[in-house]
Design a protein around this ligand. Structure first.
Ligand code: RUQ
Ligand code: CUA
Length: 764
């Protein structure tokens, strides 16, 4: 055994792996596995720190931008297992997003000047906060390419709202929230005229503008109130990231910028390109805005309407003393306020330093009107040296900073050096460095931009993966690397490939703060958060023509779609409405219809609609796309589109087998035997303290539903039998059996759960 391996084995024993236990087969021997797979002691430790065994859950949930996919990626930490992609700006078939009428209405809110935009360049997710702590209620994300902000409700992980910025044509510094989520911020990136007209670049300095928009958020309704939102006009400096002050600095927002040279490229005309012209000066500007005062100005009507939106002009902002500039070293990128709100850390992409600004010093300069000068727009500029607490040399190309749970400890991403630097911003000294793979952009610590960072882990969001994964063509996956920050030295634990888009920023929250729904109230329009007018109860399914539209009020439940046959005439507008009647956890049904691009996801309780014109006569099968039960394949039906003017034919259906009395008796006997099994399971469950187990209570509800359906079918079969219609009697007896099987399946799951979770017997 090599020395390295023997050390690792020793460690594994210490970890309790029970190595080389007598009788353990060769393939279960850790020592052998390490040798076969070339694993080191470090690898084994990393695996032990990240592995989450089956049935166990992650401690944190990360919400990552999905980059160009216009979605959000949800994954667990430390396992790095992907749990969901939340569709936001882009249609997504699995969730039926952009296919049902309800979610189309959300996507339609994101139209820009009437144009549908079906992608988004998502950058910065933000979790809603209460008193500066993540509260796990809502999530916001911005679209850099088409200035928009989306609201996602974490009660069901669905996108509820998209707002379009009325004055910007490019943005970046969003979404970030105030400590009580009163406002969500969005800042421009590339300056453009507020108007929709053509303005020549020769008028750049006078007519092109940046801005910061403060979107008012209604915490009760969970929606942005556009008419309560406003913007502050800014110079055409390419504004970049933003952050809100907290605690002592609450009431202020910070937005940095690059290209304050106001350089306009023109490489095709022989002018030096943007990248040269935009990095001439040694400093750019950090913008500081007193947003609480700005909100008062808005309420007092001191705004100008631009495109129907309230804007506080630069003149007003300067006159009212709510806007200030502070120089920041060359082409800065991140701006991050410390958990106590006392410091603001900015890193310059073309500088090796991170600059720590002191809010106390800045405030004193503003209060005593101690300014170093004015910019061309009359905005007061504070002195850089007088505003600084310290500057620390952290490495080449520093970008973003995240806070640890340990006092004064921060982590800064170093793009050019491909490193994370751990440093102390109070003392101003570097503590540790770790290499990442490769070219890190953002980084994220657990709840790292709240007032109470949780420490433990850091994720490095790398811009390049290069050689980290099996090659899959010239377009590589992204690489998120998990780093253990609990000790003095950072330890790299895991590489996670993300093949969806370039994630910029991510935020992570303690998983126990999230309590998403398992089911909706029956008949729920989840996108509007209200009962759907198309909610349909079992037995009330119908097809109804109103104002020239054929409305189909249908239901879905294991294992049938009601109605199973829909017949319409060529040219009719059809509006399908399906309610999923299930109460059981994870019993989603899908609905796919040939040729019409109709594809729905109907989670338990949800009602969704799909409207289309049946413009071509023909036969169109439909079916459920989620494998929901043993007879899922039978969850099917037909849309028949009759040629115009043709009469509906109701010829008798030809069936395979005609059942006789013996068949009926046989099926009834089977059903009675099955019922005996069900009764014994029911006796087991009700003889235990099952009500103490929420999952079992839900299963019992579901089983009770199924047994009620069984009773219904039993009654129908007996009615037919009484009329000696053995054929229909047998068919209904078979349906009765189907419901029994579902009830038994659910009952057994409940019984197993009780057995495995220490339920105790109770006196009846
Ligand atoms: S980005 S790598 Cu936040 Cu859009 Cu910095
Ligand atoms: Cu419902 Cu398959």
């Amino acid at each position: 055994m090599t020395q390295r391996l023997s050390k690792a084995v020793g460690l594994a024993v210490a970890l309790g792996f029970g190595l080389a236990a007598s009788g353990a087969s060769a393939q279960d021997n850790l020592q052998q596995i390490m040798q076969d797979r070339g694993l080191t002691q470090k690898d084994i430790l990393a695996a032990a720190k990240t592995y989450v065994p089956t049935g166990k859950r992650d401690e944190f949930l990360a919400f990552s931008s999905g980059g160009q996919s216009g979605q959000i990626i949800v994954y667990g930490i430390p396992s790095m297992r992907i749990l969901k992609y939340v569709a936001v700006f882009t249609p997504e078939p699995w969730q039926g997003y952009g296919f049902d009428d309800e979610s189309k209405a959300v996507l339609d809110q994101g139209k820009i000047n009437g144009k549908t935009v079906t992608y988004g360049d998502t950058h910065h997710p933000a979790i809603s906060e209460t008193n500066g702590e993540y509260d796990g209620r809502y999530l916001f994300i911005n679209d850099k390419a088409n200035p928009r902000i989306a609201v996602i409700d974490l009660a069901d992980f669905e996108t509820k709202q998209i707002v379009v910025n009325p004055i910007m044509k490019s943005e970046h510094g969003g979404a970030f929230v105030t400590p009580n989520t009163d406002y969500v911020i969005e800042a421009t990136q590339y300056a453009a005229p507020f108007s929709k007209e053509y303005v020549p670049l020769s008028e750049f300095n006078d007519k092109y503008r940046g801005a910061v928009t403060y979107w008012k958020f209604d915490n009760e309704k969970g929606r942005i109130q556009q008419d309560q939102s406003f913007s502050v006009e800014l110079p055409p400096y390419s504004q970049d990231l933003s952050d809100f002050g907290k605690k002592v600095s609450d009431g202020w927002s910070f937005t940095n910028s690059f290209c304050t040279e106001r350089y306009v490229g023109g490489i095709e005309n022989g002018r030096p390109p943007f990248e040269a012209g935009c990095s001439q000066k040694d400093t750019d500007f950090l913008h500081m805005i007193n947003w609480k005062k700005a909100a008062e100005l808005f309420k007092a009507g001191k705004t100008t309407k631009i495109n129907g939106h309230d804007v506080i002009t630069m003149d007003t902002a300067v006159k009212e003393g709510i806007l200030f500039l502070i120089p920041e070293p060359k082409s800065p990128h991140g701006v991050d306020v410390s958990p106590d709100g006392k410091f603001i850390i900015v890193a310059g992409k073309l500088d090796t330093h991170a600059s720590v600004y002191s809010f106390e010093k800045i405030k004193a300069l503003i209060d005593s009107k101690d300014f170093a000068g004015k910019d061309p727009y009359g905005i007061p500029i504070l002195d850089l040296k007088k505003s600084l607490h310290t500057q620390v040399e952290v490495g080449l190309g520093p970008l973003h900073t995240q806070y640890d749970s340990k006092n004064c400890v921060v982590y800064t991403s170093i793009y050019v050096d491909s490193q994370v630097t751990k440093w102390d911003y109070c003392e101003g000294k570097v503590l540790d460095k770790i290499s990442i793979h490769y070219n890190i952009g953002h980084l994220m610590t657990m709840e790292g931009d709240s007032v109470t960072p949780q420490g433990k882990y850091l994720v490095s969001l790398n811009k390049l993966a290069i050689d980290r994964f099996n090659p899959v063509g010239p377009l590589h996956p992204q690489n998120h690397q998990l780093i253990d920050i609990s000790g003095d030295k950072m330890e790299l634990l895991y590489d996670m490939p993300l093949p969806l888009g370039e994630p910029h920023y991510a935020v992570a929250i303690r998983a126990d703060k999230l309590k998403p729904h398992i089911r909706y109230k029956v008949g729920w329009n989840s996108r509007a958060d209200e009962t759907s007018p198309y909610k349909t109860r079992p037995g009330r399914e119908k097809i109804e023509k109103v104002d020239g539209v054929t409305h189909v009020y249908g239901t879905l439940i294991r294992s049938h779609i009601t109605p199973e046959i829909i017949e319409v005439e060529e040219g009719e507008t059809v509006s399908l409405h399906f309610t999923n009647l299930e109460r059981a956890e994870d019993e989603t049904h899908g609905f796919a219809l040939y040729e019409h691009n109709v594809n729905l996801s109907v989670e338990p309780g949800k009602t969704v609609s799909a409207t289309f014109v049946a413009d071509r006569p023909g036969v169109y099968p439909y079916y459920c796309t989620e494998f929901c039960s043993a007879l899922h394949l039978e969850m099917q039906g037909y849309l028949l589109v009759r040629p115009k003017g043709m009469k509906a034919t109701t010829a008798a259906l030809q069936e395979g087998t005609i059942y006789a009395q013996a068949d009926y008796d046989k099926q009834v006997k089977t059903n009675n035997d099955t019922q005996a099994v069900i009764d014994s399971v029911v006796a087991f469950i009700t003889g235990r303290n099952f009500k103490d187990f929420a999952p079992v209570v839900a299963l019992v509800e579901d089983a009770t539903d199924q047994l009620n359906f069984a009773a219904d079918a039993k009654k129908k079969s007996e009615d037919y039998a009484a009329k000696q219609d053995w054929h229909n009697g047998t068919l209904w007896a078979q349906q009765w059996f189907q419901y029994q099987v579902k009830a038994a399946d659910i009952g057994l799951r409940a019984k197993t759960f009780l057995e495995q979770n220490g339920a105790v017997e109770v006196k009846q």
